[in-house]
Design a protein around this ligand. Structure first.
Ligand code: ADP
Length: 502
């Protein structure tokens, strides 16, 4: 819908007597766009679709409508505060109570009847003006999120090249100190970019989970161990306590590890060296939930900031000297990912300097975890392959080619979709690694056309987009495997050897 019309339409609900047609007539005379609704259902439908203001009479308010209105208004995004104009009076029994209830709805202007036309029109104009501002704020948020998603994608390619180059150097020699610094900082940047992309996916509803029964104890252990060198480096005392029986939830293991990892990262970031972090996993039988507590002895959080820290880009002033970086994305992601799992999170703190505690709740699942077969160890590059590499980023292309050749493969390269397709058809390679965002034909087209012309070799897609729908799209185009950038060297070798998940 055109945003201008959304913010200019007034929905009117005045089902009894002549009020409805009269109000509509007043508005039309003033050139105000108005939808006169015959019943509550239609009125609510218009509100859901988006309006500039809503006018309704007190007689139209039933307990059912009141409840639906309350739900609808509570579900408004943070930029929205829909203006309501209530025409009261006419001595209806229960007036006082209805009015009291209505005030809970938020942005309500009450006009006593009989209302002068001038009063009604000026109230409507004021409401529309305020609403237009809200829609402007919404558009700015949408533009910001679109920009951030694009920025994330644009940052991914150069980062992929840096990560690749550094991985290669580290694999080849005992790396000098400077290389370790580049490695550490590039990993840090990659994490920020991934968080940025994740947040924009979550806020636009594009994250889908691959849930299965997962033992939370394993998730927590993995998340803690990932931080081992950080914990040691800062002489932190991390105490992990969990029960002897499996703590099963139905969830996406990678996403759950991301949640726990984020909380541990924060505890480490906001606790001075030598501090203590308790990670406790318990069961709340009454609520049928697993409860995870991550408690630190760090800088703490002021009472008034406790709820706001979960908002996007929110950082508490004064708790951070910026030495640990961060852009206020982590907790937004944590909360959204938990909500997708039917879980929740709250923060507690006795105040500044007195440590913080984050309490996560997730519904218990009864099922036993699936026992994963032990990963089979495969010798690297068992055979030499003919490989075609289609990638437009010169640095990534050069480095991948070098890596593949060192592993003994024969590599031909192309820098755009059209010549990539020709090369695949000409060489009929065992394996083709194809970037998706290519000039000319994109990677999907390359795969589709290669398959359509009878190419049987393995096709590996390489892209900045790693969501299930991207994987599904790659599979549909004819790819056997999908790698998300920045691809790490081991992952790439696994894909070449056919060990990676499709
Ligand atoms: P970031 O850490 O990148 O700034 P987060 O969303 O992870 O973003 O956290 C938001 C804010 O919440 C942080 O900037 C910090 O002020 C506060 N915070 C998070 N975890 C803790 C903690 N364990 N102790 C104290 N403050 C914390």
């Amino acid at each position: 819908m055109d945003p201008a019309s959304e913010s200019e339409r007034i929905a009117v609900l005045a089902p009894i007597g002549r009020d409805g047609p009269l109000i509509a007539e007043f508005f039309r005379r003033e050139r105000l766009e108005c939808v006169s609704c015959d019943d509550a259902q239609r009125f609510l439908h218009e509100l859901e679709a988006g309006v500039g203001a809503a006018v309704f009479t007190e007689e139209a308010v039933t307990p059912g409508l009141l409840e639906r209105l309350r739900q609808l208004l509570a579900a408004q995004p943070p930029w929205s505060d829909l203006p309501l104009i209530l025409l009261s009076g006419h001595g209806v029994a229960g007036d006082r109570r209805t009015l009291g209830d209505l005030k809970l709805l938020g942005n309500v202007t009450v006009l006593d009847r009989p209302v002068q036309t001038r009063t009604l029109i000026s109230a409507a104009r004021a409401a529309l003006r305020a609403r237009a501002r809200q829609y402007q704020a919404r558009d700015a948020i949408v533009a910001r999120d679109r920009f951030l998603a694009m920025l994330g994608h644009e940052l991914r390619n150069p980062l992929a090249a840096i990560t690749f180059a550094v991985d290669r150097m580290r694999g080849r020699m005992t790396p000098p100190k400077e290389i370790e610094i580049v490695h550490r900082q590039a990993s840090h940047l990659s994490r920020l970019v991934e968080d940025l992309l994740d947040v924009s996916r979550v806020t636009s509803g594009k994250v889908t989970l691959s849930p299965r029964p997962v033992d939370l104890r394993e998730v927590v252990q993995r998340a803690v161990h990932t931080h081992d060198s950080w914990i040691e480096g800062r002489h932190m005392h991390v105490v992990l306590s969990q029960g002897a029986t499996a703590a099963i939830v139905n969830g996406d293991p990678a996403r759950l590890e991301q949640v726990v990892g984020n909380l541990i990262t924060n505890a480490l970031k906001y606790t001075p060296a030598g501090g203590r972090i308790d990670v406790m996993l318990e069961v709340d039988v009454a609520a049928d939930q697993h409860v995870l507590r991550v408690k630190d002895t760090g800088v703490g959080i002021e009472q008034k900031a406790l709820d706001r820290i979960f908002e996007l880009f929110m950082q508490v002033d004064g708790t951070l000297d910026r030495s640990q970086g961060g852009i206020g994305l982590g907790l937004t992601l944590v909360r959204s990912l938990l909500a997708l799992h039917g879980g929740s999170i709250v923060a507690q703190s006795e105040g500044l300097g007195r440590g913080s505690e984050f309490i996560v709740r997730l519904p218990r699942a009864a099922v036993q975890p699936v026992v994963e077969p032990e990963a089979r160890a495969v010798e690297r590059a068992a055979s030499r392959l003919d490989v075609v590499l289609v990638e437009d980023n010169l640095d990534i292309r050069d480095m991948l080619k070098e890596l593949l050749e060192e592993d003994g493969h024969r590599v031909s390269v192309a820098g755009d979709g059209g010549s990539g397709l020709s090369l695949i058809l000409e060489k009929a390679p065992d394996l083709a690694i194809v970037d998706i965002g290519l000039p000319g034909l994109d990677g999907y087209q390359v795969a589709l056309q290669a398959r359509a012309r009878g190419h049987h070799g393995r096709l590996v897609a390489m892209t900045g987009y790693g969501q299930p729908e991207d994987r599904a799209r790659a599979a549909k185009a004819g790819f056997d495997t999908h790698l998300t950038k920045p691809v790490d060297v081991d992952e790439l070798r696994a894909a070449i050897e056919g060990r990676a998940a499709p």
